[in-house]
Design a protein around this ligand. Structure first.
Ligand SMILES: [Zn+2]
Length: 357
């Protein structure tokens, strides 16, 4: 059975900045209104459950969870740091966003959906066990780590192996931190070079530790990286590792901010890169013992890109015809050499753990 669902609730709009902020409710409103226009919303809609405090504590320290929820209950807007706000509605939004990941995992593990797309907010991949992850200066707009809650929940529900592919332009430092010592969750991140972008982690030599050694894959890319290099990375590194790992469920931290038009980063992918990732993951899910794939929204700050990218994901999942409608981008001449040598370096390091021809 091939079935795709959209897991959404207006609760995601209740996390509201006090003044202009690029991470605002308009992002998912744009996605939803576009999916409605193209007839891909109501018919696919599933309402998410609301995560409990105990659910969040699968991956977060209880003190951190209770601290955030207490702030929300005060009824004022509060800044956890220079980037990250908490508003009175954040509690409902954040618990529902994490719940959406769990609902999706349930549907996939029960065989009721092959693909789920959860355009949630607040985003999650920078949230570590106790908030700020690793050496990051801020939480980068994130409150609770939705994809991590989903992955850990899947493990508790019997999945032996969970793979997370993170295509957001920023390194998912929170997700890496949470799963660094386990082999049950494989984390693969493609992101802009940490020397040039928040959060400053995600180097190639961070490969996991202890039981987790070999289960953390960082692919940092220089500013100016376009579709050509992304294709190589996805086809020659990401998917071969995923296929060898043989996950029971595949989750994607779907940030659209690697797009060339995104104002926050200097990566230059087009929607063709996202389309390639969708095609490759869907083909993997259709072909093997993997039960399904879940896509959770992270960053991405251009409404049109979020809207069109979401449409492509759902049409690809449903086997409908579509066109990407963008030209493929080529990596900037000045970055090409360093991008290629970076991929080589990743291949060399990861070849200790995986067969990368
Ligand atoms: Zn991002």
């Amino acid at each position: 059975m091939s079935k795709a669902v959209v897991i959404y609730d207006d609760a995601f709009l209740k996390h509201r900045p006090p003044h202009f902020h690029c991470e605002n409710p308009g992002r998912v409103q744009k996605i939803v209104s576009h999916l409605r226009e193209v007839g891909l919303f109501e018919s696919l809609l599933v309402r998410p459950r609301v995560a409990s405090v105990d659910d969040l504590c699968l991956v977060h320290d209880r003190r951190y969870v209770e601290f955030v929820l207490r702030i929300c209950e005060k009824g004022e807007t509060y800044h956890l740091d220079g980037d990250t706000y908490v508003s009175p509605g954040t509690k409902e939004a954040a618990l529902t966003a994490a719940g959406a990941a769990m609902t999706g995992v349930d549907l996939v593990l029960r065989g009721e959906a092959k693909v789920f797309y959860a355009p949630v907010r607040p985003p999650g991949h920078h949230a570590g066990r106790a908030g700020r992850a690793l050496t990051a200066p801020t939480q980068g707009f994130c409150i609770f780590n939705n994809v991590a809650v989903g992955a850990e929940y899947a493990v508790r529900r019997g999945a032996k192996r969970v793979a997370i592919i993170d295509i957001d332009a920023h390194h998912g430092n929170g997700t890496q931190e949470i799963f660094y010592f386990t082999s049950s969750v494989l984390y693969i991140s493609l992101h802009q070079d940490p020397y040039t972008l928040y959060p400053g982690t995600g180097f190639v030599h961070e490969t996991g530790e202890g039981e987790g050694e070999g289960y953390n894959v960082n692919i940092p890319l220089p500013p100016g990286t376009g579709d050509d290099i992304y294709s190589e990375a996805i086809e020659n590194i990401v998917m071969p590792i995923v296929r060898q790992y043989r996950p029971d469920i595949l989750l994607v931290s779907l940030g659209f901010d690697a797009h060339i038009e995104d104002p926050l980063t200097e990566l230059e992918a087009s929607l063709n890169t996202y389309d390639l990732l969708f095609q490759e993951t869907l083909r993997y899910v259709e072909s093997g013992p993997c039960k399904g794939a879940g896509f959770l929204l992270e960053g991405g700050y251009v409404g049109e890109v979020l809207a069109k990218g979401s449409e492509i994901l759902l049409k690809a999942s449903l086997g409908k015809e579509y066109t990407v409608g963008e030209r493929r981008t080529a990596t900037r001449e000045s970055s090409l050499h360093s991008a290629k040598s970076r991929l080589k370096e990743v291949q060399q390091i990861q070849s200790r753990y995986w067969n990368l021809a």
